[in-house]
Design a protein around this ligand. Structure first.
Ligand SMILES: *Cc1c(COP(=O)(O)O)cnc(C)c1O
Length: 409
């Protein structure tokens, strides 16, 4: 039997019936059907408050919309954060109504001319990923008679990895190689564009607080060096993010307070070139991941050659990451629970499989849970980020799940 990941603290202490934002899992399913994603906005708000309390004053918090673009969630989070980071013109169109253009930035490789055009017209900041893209944005600005707001995304010569920070640059489709950045900054400034600064994103889903601290310091040092070499102070530096959340057995949460204290020191020691620079941290999963729960009902309980399968009406077409097929090398179990048996002694060895006709559709592999039967609701946690929109929902033609934002008002 294999271990399951830790249930997020907000739900971990519950006994009997899982409740999300004050209502039972069964009540959510009765109202919205199964499967359903329920996002508890109270959990999101609590993360924002933790960030504000722990990070140095003035460090801005951006939400990386691709983590969960569910419109009611973005609308609710927008007033609590200082910026929204989007990765397509589609996301831009969605979030424009929730935040002023100056608080929106657009990163991502392969921005088409139409996307650059809509971003320049809207007045949002473009984090350019290459010299070619910068030149296309400048040309579009000239045609529109608008100075485009341009920041340079840097492909840093450092990398945030699961444990420890790696120095040395790699080839990347993201960002402009650090050594090419100063010349590009000079070109952008000379073009008359509205120079916005640097975007440096060194990695994602880090749980090693020391690695995060080192990476932030190295990112700031790199930005300072690039500013000196280009001869232009950056109005803003987006320091990236990468704050991870526990998904699997043995994962520990990051020490946010220690990271904040270290960043305070790092920023206090910054050089004169960055004296007037604003700083931002962009976070996706850390803000919303733990607040989401995917609820799915057991359709069949079957035995096969000594193993028990709980077959549910959901699957990897909604929650790919829990099946281990979204960027994981070794499949491990997300936290799962039988919703009305929270806190009960696990004594039933089962695998939870989805309804898709592929052996990949396994939501929990050989775990021990309290007994569940047909009709019971299974909760899969950490479903608030990279869930539905990061899953192949058209695969096999099953109906779309409901999504609900709870506790936002
Ligand atoms: C995806 C992405 C993020 C968000 O990553 P999380 O791991 O969800 O915090 C932040 N910045 C950039 C540039 C991204 O591409």
């Amino acid at each position: 039997m294999k271990p399951i990941g830790p249930i997020p603290p907000a739900f971990a202490d519950q006994h009997d019936m899982l409740t999300i934002a004050g209502r039972t899992a069964d009540a959510w399913v009765a109202e919205h059907g199964s499967p359903v994603f329920v996002y508890d906005f109270g959990g999101v708000r609590a993360q924002v408050e933790r960030f504000r309390a722990a990070m140095p004053r003035g460090v801005r918090l951006h939400y990386a919309v691709k983590a969960n673009p569910y419109a009611p969630l973005v609308q609710a989070i927008a007033p609590l954060v200082d910026g929204l980071d989007v990765a397509s013109a589609g996301e831009l169109a969605e979030v424009r109504v929730f935040k002023p253009a100056a608080a929106i930035s657009f990163a991502g490789p392969g921005k088409r001319d139409a996307e650059l055009d809509s971003a320049v017209r809207a007045g949002v900041t473009l984090n350019v990923e290459s010299k070619g893209e910068a030149r296309r944005a400048i040309a579009i600005g000239a045609r529109l008679g608008v100075a485009p707001r341009l920041a340079v995304r840097v492909n840093p010569d450092l990398e945030l990895r699961g444990s420890g920070m790696k120095m040395g640059g790699r080839a990347s489709p993201f960002g402009v190689d650090a050594e090419r950045v100063p010349a590009l900054v000079r070109e952008i400034v000379a073009s008359g564009a509205d120079w916005r600064g640097f975007h440096i994103f060194a990695g994602s889903q880090a749980l090693d607080s020391d690695a995060l601290i080192e990476t932030q310091a190295a990112t700031l040092a790199l930005a300072a060096r690039l500013a000196e070499e280009s001869g232009h102070a950056p109005p803003m530096i987006n320091l990236g993010g990468g704050f991870g959340i526990p998904h699997f057995s043995g994962d520990r949460p990051i020490d946010l307070e220690r990271i904040g204290a270290a960043l305070h020191e790092t920023l206090a020691a910054r050089g004169a070139m960055l004296a007037d620079t604003a700083f931002a941290i962009e976070l996706g999963r850390w803000l919303v991941g733990e607040a989401g729960v995917y609820l799915t009902r057991v359709v069949d309980r079957k035995e096969s050659r000594g193993e028990t399968f709980l077959v549910v009406d959901g699957g990897l077409h909604h929650q790919l990451a829990a099946s281990g097929n979204f960027g994981t090398v070794v499949r491990r179990n997300y936290p799962v629970a039988i919703a009305h048996r929270m806190g009960q002694e696990p004594d039933d060895p089962v695998s939870v499989v989805g309804c898709l006709c592929t052996p990949l559709d396994r939501l929990a592999d050989r775990v021990v849970l309290p007994r569940a039967d047909v009709g019971d609701v299974i909760a899969i946690f950490i479903a608030g980020a990279y869930g539905l929109t990061a899953s192949p929902s058209a695969f096999l033609g099953h109906p779309a799940p409901a999504e609900v934002l709870a506790g936002a008002s």
